[in-house]
Write a protein that binds this ligand. Structure first.
Ligand code: IDP
Ligand code: MG
Length: 138
């Protein structure tokens, strides 16, 4: 049992489809607390940094192009075991494998356009929150 803070991104496809409110509402209704919110266009440099773990993979260039293709909503979300709770609510990375009731399972069909990002570990959450909320959280 530990209170954690994690980074959520509503990716450009989620924003284009008008799903930002729906996604935030799901986390709020679950009982998670909103500690930070920022609407921004991700630069190529920030996109490469954010997805650094995927550098060298064949899809890295497309991934960076996609995350910087339009506005994203960055959310800092806190609560008990927030990192794994958010990942479970997002669903599997490939929406074809995501359970109904999850964000990806309800709204997506394509691996490269899967609506939402969530940090996958304590170390990732710390690193990613610092990238998107360099001035800290409220
Ligand atoms: P995650 O978003 O569930 O943490 P990661 O493995 O960290 O999944 O991959 C980051 C993003 O890269 C995924 O959300 C997905 O959009 C995209 N991606 C992952 N694997 C592939 C692939 O094999 N081809 C194309 N895009 C991929
Ligand atoms: Mg990931």
């Amino acid at each position: 049992m530990a209170r954690e803070t994690t980074l959520v991104l509503v990716k450009p496809d989620g924003m284009r489809r008008g799903l930002a409110g729906e996604i935030l509402a799901r986390f709020e209704r679950r009982g998670l607390e909103l500690r930070g919110a920022r609407l921004l266009k991700v630069s190529k440099a920030l996109g490469r940094e954010h997805y650094a773990e995927h550098k060298g993979k064949p899809f890295f260039g497309d991934l960076v192009d996609f995350i910087s293709s339009g506005p994203v909503l960055a959310l800092a979300v806190s609560g008990e075991s927030a990192i794994s709770v958010v990942r479970t609510m997002m669903g599997a990375t490939n929406p074809l494998d995501s359970a109904p009731g999850t964000i990806r399972g309800d709204f997506a069909l394509e691996l490269s356009e899967n609506i939402v990002h969530g940090s996958d570990s304590k170390a990732s959450a710390k690193r990613e929150l610092a990238l998107f909320f360099p001035d800290g959280l409220v």
